[in-house]
Unconditional design. Sequence first.
Length: 185
Amino acid sequence: MTTVLVLVGSLRSGSTNAQLAEAAAQVAPVGATLTVFDGIAQLPFYNEDVDVPGSVPEAAVAFRSALTDADALLVVTPEYNGTIPAVLKNAIDWASRPYGESALAGKPTAVIGSAFGQFGGVWAQDEARKSLGIAGARVLDDVTLSIPGSIERFAEVHPSDDAEVAEQLTVVVAAVVASTEPAAA
């Protein structure tokens, strides 16, 4: 069974990116599961002073464990002021530490998302890819999905009920799952 951990960069109730993550989980191929990690809001701001044995916050321990146990990572992010939300950047910081022990090391990782603007959050997605790559993830640069005008597009339709989006998500999720398979000899 291939497991993909999903991080959503929006904490808003009814977030279109949370809905996009739900829709992605629904199109997982046979033999794969996508699980949304809903605890990034509980992560305190990263502080090296508390990231020492015996002091690591429980939320960070749970997050790192979930990430370590997953075969791949799918990040679904909105765009806030041209970049990634603070809660997502903070999660990446927790995942990347302690130095040399990143839970992201070599982890196949894709970044997708939706935003109200005309470009669908591509700046945030690019920033997330950059941060994740520096943190050690194996970023899947060719696995992308940017959905513009999300507030209007999904005002009355869940992303899973949008045929075009469901088809695109199916391709994204299949590519993330395939990235975990050993390379052909």
